[in-house]
Design a protein around this ligand. Structure first.
Ligand code: PLP
Length: 377
């Protein structure tokens, strides 16, 4: 089977050393104490990557498990939870809150712009009685990037715990968990980390753990219960058999990230050049500010069908991009440039293929996107 170049916003290409690490012979991870050391060291390195001294836990499940675990562990019946949203993932947090009996309050903002800090402050001055608040770093369906460096300290000042979904941010965007006072940040293996899908990880502050410990009622889940992970190392006990090969692969992927000097700059350069190419050709970036480094979201030109473009690119050039979903279904095209995919050759080729597809269906571009892109790199 000939494999296409996958340029969607995750899962991303997996580097050979990560694939090989996953093939290593393994031990019994429940019983072998060496694996407890290995798991702890992997968590520690994730903490280094996230710039935190908070505890980190790796759970067996895709990024969505991280979102649900954070909400399940913090939410009690009737808890007021602030859902800061300017996108599909942002809004979706509210559903998890409801499942676990909490009452979501939505701070809704323009979905084409990053969260407006002044509006958020004004909102909180009127009502800040929330147990915790959720916000998405990069909301991938639209590509909008929120200033979590500003948002989280403001919330914390009002004694609101902060939960951040940075699945599509971390690794391509700066993240400083301790400086920015993030109680729980969660990520996934398959975006900028460039490991296969299957793992989520969270850094959990002392405040977040004590909120869980001081609940009136038990956490209404086992698989989503972060508290059962608290003392795994002391007790040498995991709640379930950890997916050892996935974790060995993840550690290699984290080492790849930590070994690169300026990974954020690499993403920044690629993303800026992509936007420049898109705009100069006469296409339109979907959002108006808060452009993320990890995904570029382009409005589908009038009269063009997104599915046809995607299929043409795949059939004729072997490159896969994607549309979006929810309210953006059929309206945008998305190019992911995350981790191993944030490379000039791959993105330049993708823009070339996109151009050919658009031209094939009758949309005339003003400039050659690949040329503009490479000039900016
Ligand atoms: C990818 C992603 C997730 C994980 O969900 P998927 O099932 O992979 O879509 C969660 N949050 C964000 C912002 C993501 O981009």
């Amino acid at each position: 089977m000939k494999k296409p170049l996958i340029m969607t916003p995750g899962p991303t290409a997996v580097r050979e050393n990560v694939r090989l690490a996953r093939a290593e012979e393994t031990t019994n991870p429940d019983i072998d104490e060496e694996f407890y050391e290995f798991y702890k060291e992997t968590c520690y390195r994730l903490g280094t990557f996230l710039k935190t001294s908070n505890e980190v836990r790796i759970l067996s499940g895709e990024g969505i498990l991280g979102l649900e675990a954070a909400c399940a562990s913090l939410t009690e019946q009737g808890d007021r939870v602030l859902i800061i949203e300017n996108g599909i993932f942002g809004e979706g947090f509210g559903d998890f809150v409801k499942i676990y009996g909490g009452e979501p309050f939505y701070f809704r903002n323009n979905r084409k712009r990053k969260i407006d800090i002044e509006e958020l402050k004004a909102f909180l001055d009127k009502d800040s009685n929330f147990k915790y608040a959720t916000v998405v770093h990069c909301d991938t369906p639209s590509g909008v990037l929120n200033d979590i460096d500003k948002i989280c300290p403001i919330l914390k000042e009002k004694n609101i715990l902060t939960v951040v979904d940075s699945v599509a941010g971390m690794g391509g965007e700066e993240i400083r968990v301790d400086d920015w006072k993030i109680d729980i940040v969660l990520g996934g293996s398959q975006k900028c980390l460039s490991a296969p899908p299957g793992l989520t990880f969270l850094s959990i502050s002392e405040d977040a753990f004590s909120a869980m410990e001081n609940r009136q009622t038990p956490i209404a889940s086992f698989y989503c219960n972060l508290l059962v992970w608290k003392d795994y190392y002391k007790d040498k006990w995991f709640p379930y058999t950890p997916p050892i090969s996935d974790i060995i692969g993840l550690k290699k992927a984290v080492d790849n990230l930590l070994g690169e000097d300026n990974i954020i700059e690499r993403h920044d350069i690629i993303a800026s050049a992509t936007r420049a190419a898109v705009v100069s050709s006469g296409l339109k970036i979907h959002i108006e500010d808060g452009y993320s480094n990890t995904v570029t979201v382009i409005d589908v030109p009038h009269g063009i069908n997104d599915k046809k473009i995607i299929k043409y690119m795949l059939d004729n050039y072997g490159v896969m991009i994607t549309g979006s979903f929810g309210y953006l279904e059929g309206r945008v095209l998305r190019i992911g440039h995350m981790g191993e995919n944030a490379k000039a050759g791959k993105v330049g080729y993708t823009l070339f293929a996109l151009q050919r597809a658009l031209e094939h269906y009758g949309f005339k571009l003003y400039k050659d996107m690949a040329s503009v892109f490479f000039e900016k790199i």
